[in-house]
Ligand binder design. Structure first.
Ligand code: ZN
Ligand code: ZN
Length: 380
């Protein structure tokens, strides 16, 4: 069916602060075309406000506008398009922000997070079958964010963008598993394959970074050093399992990490996504150590390394996208660990907000006054 519903549409990139006043996100009625073959209509339960959304809003990582925002979400399937026989109306789903086609070389290699077809569609603001399913009520095309656009009452998405989840999980809060948890926990468990006793530094303590701390604790890391510029975030990291806290504003912060670990950590994670945080992560690893880079910096950012240092110290640098997760395997297992109390990701949620608080919500995120606010488009 065709649906008319409310959505948060980004029309201005790089609007002045505060966003509560400039309102870069316009809360407006949009029209959704019916799902095509291989697509689903989903009623949104929750959509997280993530730093990657903020990077589009503030222009660090611009996308073509108008763009219906939102890449971390959950909901209930309302309608199933043709050629889908493994998802039904009423199923609860969490979105993966990078869809997988299941057929390209990367997908069949077991790396759906870097699906070739999804990457092309995503860059155009389209679904994999081509085109957008979202228009304004005047018929203007509006792009999909990450094949999703879940800051909306409803969305039409590819089958390869959803993972069916256990119905007993609070659905709005399950949104978090779609980005923060997959990226942060996945980086530690899948990309780095942390072993019990390993020493770890996590640079950048937003929703993804704190998920990384939770993941490191789950994996049995011996020393978990949380690093950030904001003392308030260091306190949160301590409360979710970091063993040591280092303020990135300290001139000797690298030395502090070296002193704590006898020369540097086995694995450092850049979860902040800037040249500075990357340099800091690189400096904290020991000889033979590994840097895992998961934060997405501004589009043109580059990072320089001393080549002698890389070779002579035999360091490794690895990228990690969507936590190197196979979402259909990892989202359900992370949810089970959450249900068992071993991955308390609910500690990262500040609260639920309505559409009227979305612009101000991004101010809070930019001002480090919130970790994860969840938009509940239908209230509750
Ligand atoms: Zn693929
Ligand atoms: Zn995100």
């Amino acid at each position: 069916m065709t649906i008319q519903c409310k959505a948060a549409v980004l029309r201005t990139i790089g609007a002045p602060r505060p966003y509560a006043q400039s309102k870069p996100l316009s809360i407006e009625e949009v029209v959704l075309a019916p799902p095509r073959s291989g697509e689903l209509l989903v009623r949104i339960a929750g959509a997280g406000l993530c730093h990657s959304d903020l990077s589009v809003v503030n222009g660090d990582r611009p996308r073509p506008v108008p763009l219906a925002l939102g890449h971390e979400g959950s909901g209930e399937v309302v309608e199933v398009g043709a050629a889908i026989d493994d998802v039904r109306a009423g199923d609860h789903v969490v979105f993966q922000f990078s869809a997988s086609c299941g057929r390209c070389r990367r997908c069949v290699e077991g790396r759906p997070q870097v699906c070739e077809r999804a990457a092309v569609a995503k860059s155009r603001g389209e679904l994999m079958a081509g085109g957008s399913r979202i228009t304004s009520i005047n018929g203007e095309r509006i792009g999909h964010h990450s094949g999703l656009s879940c800051m909306s009452e409803y969305v039409v998405v590819d089958r390869g963008s959803v993972v069916v989840v256990d119905r007993s999980v609070p659905l709005a809060d399950a949104a978090l598993f779609g980005c923060a948890v997959m990226t942060g926990v996945g980086a530690v468990i899948n990309t780095a394959r942390i072993r019990p006793g390993d020493t770890v530094a996590i640079v950048g303590l937003g929703g993804v970074g704190l998920s990384g701390v939770l993941g490191a604790r789950l994996a049995g890391a011996g020393t978990i050093i949380a690093i950030d510029r904001e003392p308030a975030k260091l306190e949160v990291a301590a409360s979710v399992g970091a063993t040591h806290m280092v303020c990135a504003r300290d001139a000797d912060c690298v030395e502090q990490v070296r002193d704590l670990t006898g020369g540097g950590v086995d694995y450092a994670f850049d979860l902040a996504g800037s040249a500075d945080s990357m340099a800091l992560a690189y400096a904290t690893v020991r000889y033979g150590g590994t840097v895992v880079v998961c934060g997405l910096p501004e589009a043109a950012a580059t990072f320089s390394i001393n080549q002698n240092d890389l070779v002579g110290q035999e360091k490794t640098i690895r990228g990690s996208y969507q936590g190197s997760c196979v979402p259909v395997r990892d989202i359900p297992r992370f949810i089970r660990l959450y249900q068992e109390g071993r991955l308390p990701v609910n500690r990262l949620i500040d609260g639920h907000i309505g559409f009227d608080q979305v612009n101000a919500g991004f101010d809070k995120l930019q001002d480090v006054k919130a970790i994860r606010q969840i938009l509940t488009p239908h209230g509750g």
